[in-house]
Write a protein that binds this ligand. Structure first.
Ligand code: ZN
Length: 207
C-alpha cells in the first residue's frame, strides 16, 4: 500500500501522485481511499473526471464497489484550472480520457501548492500508452502501479483485454467487454482474435 509522505502539513507544498494499472486493478478505490483521508482531516477536496466517463453517474466518482465520492465532470483539462478554487487536494479519475493538456494542468496545480492525485489506465486495450498518462507518470512525484488478477490463470494481470474486435479505443464497459489478463494470456487471446491473414503479426503491443 502507498504510504503518503508528510504532504501539506505545515507549508502548502504541492505534489503529484499517479495511480495507474489495468481495468479491475483498484485504481479508483485507491484514489478514493486517499481522498477520504484528506476529507476527514477537513482538507478541501475537489474531484474531476472527464465527461466521457458516464458509466454510472454524472456527478460521482464511482468505483466498482460503489464506494462513491461526488465529482465534477469536465470536458476539457483546462476547465480543471478554472474550477480549482481554494482547494488543498484535487483528485482526477479516468485521466486517460482527458486531452494531453492534462499534463501541463496537473503540473500547474502542483506548482500552485495543491496535492494532485491522478488515477488512470496506463494502457489501452491494444497495450499502447493511453492518452496523457505517459506524461503524467513522467512528471509525478509518486507513481503507484496497481494490478488486477488474470481472469484466465490467476497470475498478476496488467493488460485490459477487450472481447470486442471494434477498433474504437474508447469503449466504456464492464466485465462483459473487458477482462484483466497477464502478459502470457493476453498474448494468447490477441493471437486468437487476429484474423488468419494477420497470423504472423504476433500482437498489437509495442515492445
Ligand atoms: Zn494469465
Amino acid at each position: 500500500m502507498f504510504i503518503e509522505k508528510d504532504v501539506n502539513s505545515h507549508k502548502k507544498q504541492g505534489s503529484i501522485e499517479a495511480i495507474t494499472g489495468s481495468m479491475f486493478s483498484g485504481k479508483t478505490e485507491e484514489l478514493i481511499r486517499r481522498l477520504k483521508r484528506a476529507k476527514f482531516a477537513r482538507q478541501k477536496v475537489e474531484i474531476f473526471k472527464p465527461t466521457i466517463d458516464v458509466r454510472y453517474s454524472e456527478t460521482e466518482v464511482v468505483s466498482h464497489d460503489e464506494n462513491a465520492i461526488r465529482s465534477s465532470p469536465v470536458d476539457n483539462s483546462s476547465n480543471i484550472l478554472l474550477l480549482a478554487g481554494n482547494v488543498d487536494v484535487i483528485g482526477i479519475d479516468e485521466a486517460q480520457f482527458f486531452d494531453k493538456g492534462l499534463v501541463d494542468v496537473v503540473e500547474k496545480l502542483a506548482n500552485m501548492g495543491i496535492r494532485v492525485i491522478v488515477a488512470g489506465l496506463d494502457m489501452d486495450f491494444k497495450g499502447a500508452p493511453f492518452g496523457p498518462m505517459p506524461g503524467i507518470l513522467a512528471i509525478a512525484d509518486y507513481v503507484t502501479k496497481v494490478h488486477a488478477i488474470c481472469m484466465r490463470c490467476g497470475s498478476i494481470a496488467q493488460f485490459s483485454h477487450r472481447f470486442s474486435n471494434k477498433e474504437q479505443v474508447v469503449l466504456l464497459g464492464e466485465q462483459d467487454v473487458y477482462e484483466p489478463l497477464c502478459r502470457r494470456c493476453y498474448l494468447e487471446a490477441t493471437r486468437k482474435q487476429a484474423k488468419p491473414s494477420d497470423k504472423d503479426a504476433p500482437n498489437t503491443m509495442r515492445k
